[in-house]
Design a protein around this ligand. Sequence first.
Ligand code: ADP
Ligand code: MG
Length: 703
Amino acid sequence: MVIDTARDKATLDATSVLTLKGVGEAMAVKLAGIGIHTLQDVLFHLPFRYQDRTRLAHVGRLSPGREAVINGEVVVSEVVSRRRRSLLVRIDDGTGAIMLRFFHFNQQQVRQFARGVRVQCFGEVRRGPGMLEMVHPEYRILRAGASGESALENTLTPFYPTTEGVQQPTLRRLTSQVLAQLDRHSLHEYLPANLIGKLGLPDLTSALHVVHRPPPGSDINALIEGVHPAHRRLALEELIAHRLGLRLLRVHTQAQLAPVIRPAGQLPRTLRSSLAFKLTKAQDRVLLDVLDDMGSGEPMLRLVQGDVGSGKTVVAALAAAQVVECGFQVALMAPTEILAEQHMLNFSEWFEPLGIGVAWLTGRLRAVQRRAAIEAVAMGHQRVIVGTHALFQKDVVFQNLGLAIIDEQHRFGVHQRLALRNKGTEGNTLPHQLIMTATPIPRTLAMTAYADLDASVIDELPPGRKPVTTVALDSSRRGEVVQRVGSAIDDGRQVYWVCTLIEESESMQAEAAEDTLDALRELLPRHRIALVHGRMKPRDKEAIMQAFKARDIDLLIATTVIEVGVDVPNASLMIIENAERLGLSQLHQLRGRVGRGSAQSSCILLYQGPLSGNARERLGILRETNDGFVIAEKDLSLRGAGEVLGTRQTGLAEFRIAQLGRDDDLLDEVSEIADQLLDSHPQSVQGLVRRWIGEERKDYGGV
Ligand code: ADP
Ligand code: MG
């Protein structure tokens, strides 16, 4: 691909904010705190609301809840001291009257508002006791007769997200300066004018002017909601840039070599025949996709989606067996210790009878064990390695990594995904990558954040699974729930009780779980109850999980650490506390721990009432459906992508302007225009990626 390296002459993206008037070192540091380094960043820092001070409103036509500028004459002014001493000033503009109400005022103000004085006010209109009013409006006294001096703005007034030490007026001054420069140097227009015009969207420079300084009469609601054509123009460009970045990554990946993994070895055949079950059709199909990819000589980049319990692990294990048979190493990485341990147990059970040891590498290993593990991996004595993030660490070197398997992708970001891949890089040879996720990826994300991956779906559960019955109960009904737990155990079932807290802190969760343990032990004295949480030693955790699996424990109290991976078919009841605080996909994953055996399973979502409308709707969705895809789509639309994915960890959905959900309807155009740019305007591709993804994110921005 031809790549244009020529830059715009006076590049706003390469000019520091330090060149602006009023910005010194200290201010630059504060601005950097909100992601503003260059003049271009100033332009991409958009207002989140606007005020209309461009026109005078008629008092007689005001309605409550709106902000307005009015001019009028003082009719009455008095200080009253009913409940609270206040200054009341009644203003009339010939179309109607309104009351100004001040709780804090001085004598000078009382004198100012003499009868007949003309004032201009700006404020929010509210319903008062007898008439509409404005509480503490901004105001200025107008000189008699000089009606022309009433001051109106030429554009809507923007309000920016601020930060400590950077106030609204500062951000307005900075944007004014940069907008003036934009008029002289305008940003390079990368999107072909005919395409943008066809969509009825403005060019980049006009769009930036409009969002920062909307002309009078602009649709203020559309602006605030970010659906004004000017916003859509910016969002479109940003989404195109992200899609291009990932497409380039894909092109780059495909240009690399990968170990050729020939199918149909003895090892996978033996492993398959040792399984206690037959693969479902969907598992077989997905395994074939994977084996095809790995046989091609190009690096595989495949995402395997499959609802909780659909049996992704065994597909990964069969692929791994093939890779081991061909003489390469396999790494399996999971986001939490518990999940990694679960995989460790499964893989050991499957591989050890075949004479293949499974190495274990997590952050919690003692130094000696860690060194031994790392050495065995580097020397190639260990062919299968299971672990957590610890697998990325610098001193972990593989002898010849052939396949990297990543479970529960959404907890890792694009960057981590690439980091593990790069571990196996030798010259221009890359390992194959298999990414497994139970969190279905809605179309919006599939098209942007995952545009570099091929996807396969395990769309079938192993036979005999029964959908989990879900109910939501107010926590005041805890007593009944405890009774139900008792009788389930008496019927020979096992039960999970999940304690959640809004705080991410594992130690607070652990504390809450310990309180629950004490309380339930008192209420259910005959039953065997144990606790597992993330602060326990791995050995203790594992012992408890094993005991639960062996039915030596009836009731397992857990923090959300059991979210993924735990597999005990006899457990058929799950209680989740504070369910209203968790995301739908997380609840669905938790719930997926039950319903794995032959018994009808239930999940009780305990909530702290009263529920907000949104929370009620969310819990309702879980009651209605067991379909992870439906749940993920709803979750995304109710909460927004940033929250669903946890923007921090993922490195996805790190959009400055676009919002998945809100801007979904742009996605068809996004992929169409991205393809056209790749075909016919390669010089624009690099510019767009550089503008929106940046140089620092070389791993996928700057390939
Ligand atoms: P997930 O896709 O959620 O990771 P797992 O791989 O943990 O699911 O599988 C869930 C359970 O189903 C495990 O106990 C696994 O052994 C079992 N399993 C997987 N495939 C099948 C199958 N084809 N038939 C029956 N049980 C299966
Ligand atoms: Mg799994």
